[in-house]
Ligand binder design. Structure first.
Ligand SMILES: *[C@@H]1O[C@H](CO)[C@@H](O)[C@H](O)[C@H]1NC(C)=O
Ligand SMILES: *[C@@H]1O[C@H](CO)[C@@H](O)[C@H](O)[C@H]1NC(C)=O
Ligand SMILES: *[C@@H]1O[C@H](CO)[C@@H](O)[C@H](O)[C@H]1NC(C)=O
Length: 408
């Protein structure tokens, strides 16, 4: 009896200690409960968040920081590694940036930098409060759009996951991915008005192994833009629109750009966008290469230019329109692309006169246009695509006009 009692007691003590240890590890560092953050629009979340980050990043056990539900003001935050163990930020709250662009000393708001094994999740939002800066019409022409803060930067992260959060009304790009290896965006929402300038959804440059999965992007510029040095990028299940579509480029604007290689875009739907899937390189300008780019199972709904290679990219007349692009494009396929267009030029492949596009395939294209300027056209220049399956309109049936209208 006594022995039994002691055994039961000992077992239950051990069990309790074990559970307590498990809980201690599972409890998140709550910025409100533990670091004095206040959910209102006057108190800056910056110090509590950085204090929590410091503790979490220094911990030798995996740690989660929690921003609980509520609305917060955050002036700016750079959350930097390397950290001693995997780290997570559970964003349940709605975190807002200062509305006034003058409040920023640098063109960034929240940035995650040099972290390995990082996860950002939780259903909350980073709201750039960019609607005030949307009144800057034509800011691209004067280059001051790019001085506005990017909502969230992901710089030099390895093995990272961004899941189930919203990026809203950025003053510039919503997410910028640079120097990352193996980072996944899943069930992310980007939301900004269709007339907001330079507000790309997710921009990726110089990164290897980026995945964008089941993500919804509504914005005023490219939903996804892919810069130089992007490798092994997989985009699938993305809905885009309004916006300017999913774009590789623009490339060739700067010297020493790194090659783009291995881009797969599949099972995406574009609605009311100005472009669908496109590759753009500047007319004239610098050399570069982009290869192994594949677009497959894409639905277009009222897209102005659904399939586009534009090697005469020259917005705002910032280059010589009559010069040929020095970027070499090869190994490209457009397969099973179907739906409706808002303008008659539904396929437009305008390649460089000095580096014609090589190894391009058009397979099963079925895009209709109905309107007074019809019928639908497929225009090609400096490219002889391999054509298979259904082609509506007939592939490359129309020459490219001498002075094509510049796209943005
Ligand atoms: C990629 O990162 C995820 C974490 O987001 C990790 O679970 C996975 O193991 C990593 N893959 C490789 C090949 O390292
Ligand atoms: C189709 O797109 C054009 C141009 O973006 C837009 O003006 C028009 O309202 C759209 N049509 C429909 C039916 O949504
Ligand atoms: C293009 O694909 C072919 C095989 O189809 C391959 O031999 C070639 O190296 C590829 N070119 C580039 C630049 O990736």
């Amino acid at each position: 009896m006594a022995i039994n009692f002691i055994v039961v007691c000992t077992v239950s003590i051990i069990l309790n200690l074990f559970l307590a240890a498990m809980q201690a590890q599972a409890v998140a560092l709550d910025v409100v409960a533990k670091f004095g953050a206040t959910a209102d629009l006057n108190t800056d979340l910056s110090k509590p968040l950085l204090d929590a980050w410091k503790e979490a990043c220094g911990s030798t056990t995996p740690t989660t920081i929690l921003i609980p539900e509520g609305t917060y003001l955050l002036s700016q935050a750079t959350l930097e590694g390397p950290c001693k163990a995997p780290i997570e930020l559970q964003l349940e709250g709605n975190v807002k940036a200062p509305a006034d662009p003058k409040a920023f000393k640098e063109p960034k708001w929240v940035s995650f930098l040099h972290i390995e094994n990082f996860k950002l999740f939780g259903g909350g939002a980073f709201d750039g409060q960019g609607t005030t800066s949307y009144k800057r019409e034509g800011c691209e022409k004067h280059d001051f759009c790019s001085n506005l803060p990017i909502n969230v930067r992901f710089d030099f992260l390895t093995n990272a996951m961004v899941q189930g959060i919203t990026l809203r009304d950025s003053k510039q790009f919503h997410a910028n991915v640079l120097g990352c290896k193996n980072i996944t965006f899943e069930h992310v929402t980007v939301s900004a008005p269709k007339d907001s300038p330079n507000t790309d959804g997710i921009h990726i440059g110089r990164s290897d192994g980026v995945k964008i999965i089941d993500t919804d992007i509504k914005t005023g510029d490219d939903c996804i833009s892919i810069g130089d040095g992007a490798k092994n990028l997989d985009i699938t299940g993305v809905t885009c629109g309004p916006g300017h579509g999913i774009s590789i480029g623009s490339l060739g604007k700067f010297a020493n750009e790194e090659p783009v290689e291995g881009i797969k875009v599949s099972k995406c739907t574009l609605t009311d966008t100005s472009n669908g899937v496109r590759i753009k390189t500047w007319a004239g300008e610098f050399p570069g290469t982009a290869s192994d780019m594949h677009f497959e199972d894409i639905t277009m709904k009222n897209v102005s230019c659904p399939v586009l290679i534009d090697q005469k990219y020259c917005p705002w007349n910032k280059c010589k329109m009559d010069a040929e692009s020095n970027v070499k494009l090869s190994n490209i396929s457009f397969k099973n692309i179907h739906g409706t267009a808002a303008l008659p030029e539904v396929v437009k492949l305008v390649c460089s006169g000095i580096f014609p596009c090589e190894n391009v395939e058009l397979a099963d294209i079925d895009i209709t246009f109905s309107g007074p300027d019809g019928p639908a056209k497929s225009e090609c220049k400096n490219v002889k695509p391999k054509v298979t399956g259904k082609q509506n309109p007939v592939a490359c049936s129309t020459p490219v006009p001498a002075n094509p209208t510049p796209t943005v």
